[in-house]
Design a protein around this ligand. Structure first.
Ligand code: GLN
Length: 563
């Protein structure tokens, strides 16, 4: 594929440790480029052999984010969409598994015409083709490309090699930003630059000289350490930028722009800025900084935490969506995770101090009865309730059992022998599971939904038809539709042909909505999601508005409210 004239590429790598915010750095650079008037897109490359993130355990890898076209990808794509305020597609995500699969499929079809397919030659070519394909598909003038993993690992070498070859081919159009880390060990009490120097030099050993270094650290990096790094690594002092910890990730682009970063990038790329517009973004960040009230949300589900990832990674889009809507209402959210097994043991008492309850998406049976008790608590005590996918399915189960009196009603995901399967496997999903065809086979991506007139959903969306993103195998069982409607459940959203139930709600309740889709995949800081807004509004009305962090020894604080 020939390179489109003028397209520029910014590669981003990470050094020293994982989890230093490379995704946020990539998103921030992309936003800065967009704010200067260039059509910009961002790509994530995961160095795994998995084809997509759909088969990865969220406990180990964080949330599986879903794009409109159904691509199940890394949570970083969520950040790209939130910062860029743009919908991305499958071309914005690649894994080493995808790269190898294409190459092997092509080899089997004699696509290499008898040549040896080389490990260190053909994958980087395939990567370059995909990056250019992504630029084309997204009509991007600037592509920001995040190389997953940390420099020095074997598994991302193919991406670094693609970067090196790309730079050789188009020396004026390719930049490299290295995000590195300067620790301040408590025993020394001083910021140390040696690990950062080593990671920059390690990158250089792959044939790539960093054009910029973003120095992640607790405090701002000082001039002396910038000089040390510059001398040791052959860089200019001014190309080392400060990226200290922040309490709100949306501040990162503002901090970088405070150092005139977009100008520096454009200069190196030989581009003239066309505009400068970070105003709306800056206002949003300022608004989040001066909350007038707090709201206390309980997120209920099974507890897990291992390795680098915890609950807040697995539900990052839900948490961000709550923040977007809360900021919209000048509110600081305090979000606690309530372990549903604890509710099974000790009852729902723990929920009484919250203004609203969310049950997010989920799979599997652990703690499910506790979740159902929490939903019952929300319904009976008129506490705003928002159920997302699994949270909608279990709200249906709760209603069936306790209002429609369908004893032992359940979803067949948990109880395949339930006498009342109010949630059941989708017919086309059944054979997939029998054939163990798990990868990329759920009902995935954007589907239209029509909204029933006069419902809370319609008031929130202010329209009769919407498009939302899905990821599930089970659905509302239509055989129970009449019974449940008769008992008072409102089906407020369905697929266009009316066959699939996509939203349920309860009348005479301040807010009780369940969605089969995941609205959190479409909430943006500059465009909070209408359902999250409506939920937060209901929580505020319900709130006793005592300020302060809600937490007790049994719940885990995910996001702290105002002290
Ligand atoms: N486990 C449920 C299903 O597959 C819900 C999935 C989810 O919450 N994303 O239908």
């Amino acid at each position: 594929m020939a390179k489109k004239a003028g397209t520029k590429y910014i590669f981003v790598s990470g050094g020293v440790i994982s989890g230093i915010g490379k995704g946020v750095a990539t998103s921030s650079i992309a936003l800065l480029m967009k704010s200067r008037g260039f059509s910009t897109t961002a790509v994530k490359a995961d160095p795994y052999l998995n084809i997509d993130a759909g088969t990865l355990n969220p406990i180990e890898h964080g949330e599986v984010f879903v794009l409109d076209d159904g691509m199940e990808c890394d949570q970083d794509l969520g950040n790209y969409e939130r910062f860029l305020n743009q919908d991305l597609n499958a071309s914005n995500y690649m894994t080493t598994g995808q790269i190898f699969k294409s190459i092997i499929d092509r080899e089997r079809a004699l696509g290499y015409e008898g040549k040896t397919v080389e490990f260190f030659q053909h994958p980087p070519e395939e990567i370059i083709n995909r990056i250019e394909g992504c630029a084309d598909r997204n009509k991007a003038e600037i592509v920001v490309f995040e190389i997953g993993g940390t420099v020095g690992e074997y598994q991302n070498l193919l991406y670094l090699e693609a970067n090196r070859l790309f730079k050789l081919r188009y020396p004026d159009d390719v930049l490299h930003v290295h995000v590195t880390y300067l620790p301040t060990p408590s025993s020394i009490g001083e910021m140390k630059s040696k690990p950062a120097q080593m990671s920059i030099l390690e990158l250089a050993s792959s044939g790539i000289v960093a054009d910029f270094v973003l120095a992640r650290s607790k405090e701002e990096i000082d001039q002396k350490r910038k000089e040390k790094i510059a001398i040791a690594c052959g860089l200019q002092v001014e190309d080392i930028l400060s990226a200290p910890d922040v309490d709100n990730i949306y501040k990162v682009p503002i901090n970088l722009e405070g150092q005139k970063y977009s100008n520096m990038i454009l200069k190196k790329l030989g581009l003239e800025p066309r505009s400068s517009d970070l105003k709306e973004w800056t206002n949003m960040v300022k608004k989040a900084e001066k909350p007038e009230q707090t709201v206390k949300i309980a997120m209920v589900g099974k507890y897990f935490s291992t390795g680098d990832f915890t609950l807040s990674d697995a539900y990052i889009s839900v948490i961000e969506s709550i923040k977007h809507a809360a900021t919209f209402y000048n509110t600081k959210p305090g979000i606690d995770w309530i372990d549903s097994s604890q509710i099974e043991r000790d009852g729902t008492e723990v929920l009484s101090k919250y203004d609203g309850i969310i049950v997010p998406g989920g799979f599997g049976s652990r703690g499910v009865e506790g979740i159902i008790s929490a939903i019952r608590f929300a319904r009976e005590n008129k506490v705003p309730y928002f159920g997302l996918c699994f949270g909608m399915q279990l709200a249906t189960v709760e209603f069936a059992r306790n209002v429609a009196k369908l004893d032992k009603a359940h979803t067949t995901e948990i109880d395949s022998k339930t006498p009342h399967p109010v949630i059941d496997i989708m017919t086309d999903q059944e054979k997939l599971l029998v054939g163990r065809e798990y990868g990329g086979t759920m009902r995935l991506g954007a589907f239209p939904c029509k909204i029933k007139e006069g419902t809370v959903a319609q008031r929130a969306y202010a329209t009769g038809q919407i498009i939302e993103r899905h990821r599930h195998r089970y659905e509302f069982n239509n055989e129970y539709r009449q019974t449940l409607e008769k008992a008072g459940l409102v089906i407020s959203g369905t697929s266009l042909n009316g066959r699939l139930v996509e939203m349920i709600e309860l009348p005479r309740h301040p807010f009780f909505i369940g969605t089969q889709f995941h609205p959190e995949f479409k909430s943006r800081p500059l465009k909070p999601h209408p359902l999250y807004n409506e939920f937060i509004k209901a929580c505020l009305n319900n709130s006793t508005n005592t300020t302060g962090v809600v937490s007790d020894s049994n719940s885990k604080v995910i996001v702290e409210g105002t002290n």
